[in-house]
Design a protein around this ligand. Structure first.
Ligand SMILES: [Zn+2]
Ligand SMILES: [Zn+2]
Length: 710
């Protein structure tokens, strides 16, 4: 049915309600899921009980909008706070988990407005309650549940425009009304629209008009539609809010903006934002799933209204993480992200399995309790195979040029060894200056880590996470790298040794940093880091290995680090004697895992150990710094997961005319450990060189494994 659009130009279509979260077929399927599957029944009982409990609770909307979640951190320790007991009407205690001290909010400053965070939670809870009450109404047909949803929605319609606009920094006139930024306003509005849709048929014309004019359209017109953000996880949420209101009101113009806008729409987000390996372009595991969480509500609403947004690239977003995961099914914490266990995302895979039917997803569901919202609304009730998830995991080395991850992997299942060198695109605003950094996993543990991220309101985010020093890569002149895109020069296997050679790209003007990583066995990894500069610089190679330093036998004196970004956050720093040919250090993760780090001191090297930061200023990770003042150099070092002593010998090579080639171009390394030995030549520029051991032979390969005694 075509009606006159609200702007008088665009056509309007009246879609049958409900059509956003579920249509009438979806409601029927939900009823049968609750009747047949124990897990769905359990979720339903919990959900409907919570709605019943809310029925008699008065609706009391907060007096103001909420604060930004990233401001909810302890100013001293950088740790996320938790809400304590209520002190007054809109005032609570807030507890820091590090100092166990109690903080009180100060609404005059956004970074201290902790009560504003509690208020944000209350706005979110009311929106969710409207959805839940709407669902219970649809399943039971009882008017009292529709009434509850209606009461919440109309209370917001009466109140919404009285909440002042405010942003993440507390500045008035911009940001959001219920929330402090368009992203969060959109997330809230998605729930409001879904709740309204579930009870739409019980609303009078006047009530619908009030919701439309005093809440839905002002939220879009003032906050969510203006200044779109292009290809970005936030725009995906905005699109869903815009599109859901479009389907709810039958406004074809809004639907078209949400889905087909040529710069910002849903289809363009998938086309441009999903890389060829299925990963979201921001390069942060957390934002990958946050983006999916922003996309799905529009895909479902469109599906209910006859538009298929379940494109192959949407499916790729569920396949990509299975290939990138560590052997324990956890995604690494590169860029602005924590570690992401895939198990925690199993609810999104419920929807993916229902729409794409990939057996690989079923294993994740089989190992979960299936108690999430998407399982309840969309979950398949046919029996699931557990075996499928294990087969989805890779067990061999693989390279993913789209995102720029070179993964070296050996060994079976969770006991395998997994090294991921990151060389790809910077990742926009959520990227870190960390080219050629890596995360190393072995024997069920993360051994070498990235700092991940702190809350964006915490100074640790700028002073640590976003510095190059917080990563396992090179820092030049104590200044962080420029955002850059590197490339993989070589990736392969020679006689059982898997290796990758990656170029960090334009990380500093006039500096080229090429890392060769070789996994010799499940215990042994060799790094040859070749750096060439246009002039002399201070080159710091940083490495963070979990656990705590084993300090026995140390000949070291305490030193104070500089005030440069990142360096000022280092703790317990010591300088070590480096006159020996090699230096060996160890950290202790647990009784069985005490990996050693062996450095070849083939050139004068200043060695510094200390501790960097993990989640808070008290949660520390051992850090090792190799410092050289040089123009061209090669750092050669090895990590032995079984803690064995490793011998390293570095030598150069000669070109065809008998001139020696610098180590920064061609480095030959002899490594001995536990009676085995390897001789490896790293030659990233593929210079024609004579091999010291076979002078008659010229080689041009990236990497030559000359000998490997078994
Ligand atoms: Zn604290
Ligand atoms: Zn990072």
């Amino acid at each position: 049915m075509l009606l006159a659009g609200s702007d008088g130009i665009h056509a309007a279509t009246a879609y049958p309600h409900p059509c956003l979260l579920l249509d009438t077929n979806g409601i029927a399927a939900l009823k049968s899921r609750i009747a047949t599957a124990a897990w769905a029944r359990a979720s339903w009982v919990e959900l409907s009980n919570s709605v019943v409990r809310a029925l008699n609770r008065p609706i009391e909307l907060p007096p103001r909008g909420g604060n930004w979640s990233h401001n909810y951190v302890c100013p001293t320790h950088g740790a996320r706070l938790s809400q304590g007991k209520q002190l007054a009407k809109w005032e609570w205690e807030h507890i820091c988990p590090v100092g166990h001290h109690v903080l009180h909010g100060d609404p005059s400053k956004a970074t201290l407005d902790f009560d504003g965070n509690a208020i944000a939670g209350i706005h979110g809870k009311y929106a969710q309650e409207a959805v839940n009450a709407g669902l219970v109404y649809q399943v039971t047909g009882q008017q009292r549940f529709a009434q509850k949803a209606r009461d919440i929605l109309l209370a917001y319609a009466a109140r919404y425009l009285t909440y002042p606009l405010h942003d993440n920094q507390g500045k008035p006139g911009r940001g959001g009304r219920v929330a402090s930024q368009p992203l969060t306003e959109a997330s809230w509005l998605i729930d409001i629209a879904q709740g309204a849709d579930l009870v739409w048929n019980t609303l009078s014309g006047e009530e619908r008009k009030s919701l439309e004019d005093k809440l839905l359209r002002p939220a879009l017109d003032e906050i969510i539609l203006p200044r779109p953000q292009g290809i970005h996880n936030i725009q995906c949420r905005r699109n869903s809010a815009i599109g859901l209101v479009g389907f709810l009101l039958g406004d074809e113009k809004l639907i078209s903006i949400a889905i087909d806008d040529p710069a910002n729409g849903f289809r363009k987000q998938l086309e441009k934002g999903v890389l060829d390996d299925g990963m979201w372009l921001e390069g942060a595991s957390g934002y990958h799933f946050f983006t999916i969480a922003g996309l799905w509500s529009l895909a479902e609403a469109a599906r209910n209204c006859g538009i298929n947004l379940y494109a192959p690239k949407f499916q790729a977003m569920f396949d990509g993480p299975l290939a990138l995961a560590m052997p324990n099914f956890v995604l690494p914490n590169f860029n602005d992200s924590g570690m992401v266990p895939l198990q925690n995302q199993s609810d999104l895979y419920e929807l993916a399995y229902a729409r794409f039917h990939q057996p690989a997803y079923a294993g994740l569901l089989a190992e979960s309790d299936r108690r999430g919202q998407l399982a309840l609304l969309y979950g398949e009730t046919a029996p699931l195979s557990k075996a499928a998830s294990t087969s989805a995991l890779k067990s061999a080395s693989h390279n993913s040029p789209a995102s720029g991850y070179a993964i070296l992997q050996r060994g079976e299942g969770k006991d395998g060894t997994w090294l991921c060198v990151k060389y790809g695109p910077h990742g926009g605003g959520h990227g870190h200056p960390d080219k050629n950094t890596f995360v190393l996993y072995a024997r069920g543990e993360v051994v070498a880590t990235d700092a991940g991220t702190h809350a964006y309101g915490s100074p640790l985010h700028r002073d640590w996470d976003k510095t190059t020093l917080a990563h396992n890569t090179v820092v030049v002149d104590e200044t962080s790298q420029e955002p850059a895109t590197g490339k993989c020069l070589a990736f392969g296997t020679e006689r059982n040794v898997d290796y990758c050679i990656t170029d960090g790209g334009a990380i500093y003007k006039g500096v080229r940093f090429i890392r060769t990583a070789a996994m010799l066995t499940t215990n042994l990894i060799l790094f040859i880091d070749q750096i060439r500069c246009e002039g002399p610089h201070t080159l710091d190679l940083a490495y963070h290995q979990m656990g705590e330093w084993k300090t026995n036998g140390w000949k070291a004196s305490p030193i104070t680090c500089s005030a440069a970004a990142g360096y000022s956050r280092l703790q317990q720093t010591f300088r070590h004697d480096s006159k020996l040919a090699t230096s060996t250090f160890k950290t202790r993760l647990n009784e069985k895992l005490q990996p050693s780090i062996t450095l070849a001191n083939n050139e004068p090297t200043e060695i510094v150990t200390g501790y960097g930061l993990l989640k808070t200023t008290e949660d520390l990770v051992p850090m090792l710094l190799q410092r050289r003042h040089a123009q061209n150099t090669a750092f050669v070092w090895a990590v032995a997961l079984d803690g064995t002593a490793v011998e390293l010998q570095v030598s150069g090579a000669q070109d065809g005319s008998g001139n020696s080639v610098e180590l920064s171009e061609v480095a030959q390394v002899e490594l001995k450990a536990k009676g085995q030995s390897w001789t490896i030549l790293a030659n990233p520029s593929q210079r024609a060189v004579k091999l010291p051991e076979k002078p008659g032979e010229m080689k041009q390969a990236f990497l030559v494994l000359q000998s490997a005694s078994e």
